[in-house]
Design a protein around this ligand. Structure first.
Ligand code: COA
Length: 262
């Protein structure tokens, strides 16, 4: 994928050494169906070896959402095998972003919930607009996060705060996210992309080999703790055989409150 590309789910264009990736499912709050994640992976993988591209800015179309999670309507009828595969594939996509030798910045322009927050957390940096809201609402659906949310949220904000937000499903405001270290900066929405560009304009002048090396070294610190990812994939998949998962996702689709039986 090079230059200006549009799929059903994303648009990409390369300008001044930056690849801009926009999730274009605005009417669905940029919810991440599986193909959207695959399109993002293909776009990011395409710049690994492209010397002209020095960084990536990933955002969501519109002013309301970065991405409001995995597409619930797509996985609502998945079985255990499909749920496990969904989680494993999501992990692989997010690892492609995290391991990208060029910095990938999430420009979080609204809701970053569930898979949307997990996608943002796989990026090397997060810049938020003032209206951004972060969270892992999976427990509302009777399920756990499935795209490494249990791992990366704890890495970014610490175990205690991560557990609070994972267990309560409370949303985190942009300013609280900044205070906790979940985002690097909070800016007015109309300055969001410019702030990301300002950071990349500095990185662009550095040695590409040194940039790639810094990313590899920082990632290496966390890799020894990565067994949790396999635990998460299996736990997530197993929920697809549970009554609570059926109840939680059906309640979302039917726009009513879930009644969990455990
Ligand atoms: N998957 C599928 N569709 C989603 C979605 C998701 N994760 N998030 C939002 N949408 C859809 C809604 O179903 C709605 O579609 P419709 O117009 O066909 O009914 C559309 O996007 C707009 O969302 P709506 O809920 O009407 O907007 P809102 O402003 O009232 O609320 C949110 C916004 C983000 C708070 C709310 O959509 C929400 O809670 N989404 C689910 C978040 C979630 O649980 N994510 C984790 C998934 S694992």
């Amino acid at each position: 994928m090079t230059g200006n590309v549009m799929t059903q789910n994303i648009s990409t264009n390369i300008e001044n050494g930056i690849m801009y990736i926009t999730i274009t499912r605005e009417s669905k709050m940029n919810a991440l169906n599986i193909q959207t994640l695959k399109d993002i992976r293909e776009a990011v993988a395409s710049i690994y070896e492209n010397n002209e591209v020095k960084g990536v800015i990933l955002t969501g179309a519109g002013t309301k959402a970065f991405a409001a999670g995995a597409d619930i309507s797509e996985f609502v009828n998945f079985n255990v095998e499909e749920g496990t595969r969904m989680s494993a594939e999501g992990h692989a996509v997010l690892n492609t972003i995290e391991k990208c030798p060029k910095p990938v910045i999430a420009a979080v322009n609204g809701f970053a919930l569930g898979g949307g927050n997990e996608l943002a957390m796989s990026c090397h940096m997060r810049i938020a607009s003032e209206n951004a809201r972060f969270g892992q609402p999976e427990v509302n659906l009777g399920i756990t996060p499935g795209y490494a949310g249990t791992q990366r949220l704890a890495q970014l904000i610490g175990r205690g705060l991560a557990l609070e937000y994972l267990l309560t499903a409370d949303m985190i405001t942009a300013h609280d996210a900044y205070r906790m270290g979940l985002v690097n900066h909070v800016v007015p929405q109309d300055q969001l992309i410019a702030k990301c560009e300002e950071i990349l304009s500095k990185v662009k002048t550095k040695s590409p080999a040194a940039v790639a090396s810094v990313i590899r070294c920082v990632n290496a610190y966390y890799e020894k703790k990565m067994d949790g990812n396999n635990v998460e994939i299996n736990e997530f998949g197993n929920f697809f055989g549970s009554e609570d998962f059926r109840e939680g996702t059906s309640a979302f689709m039917e726009k009513r409150k879930a009644n969990f039986k455990g």
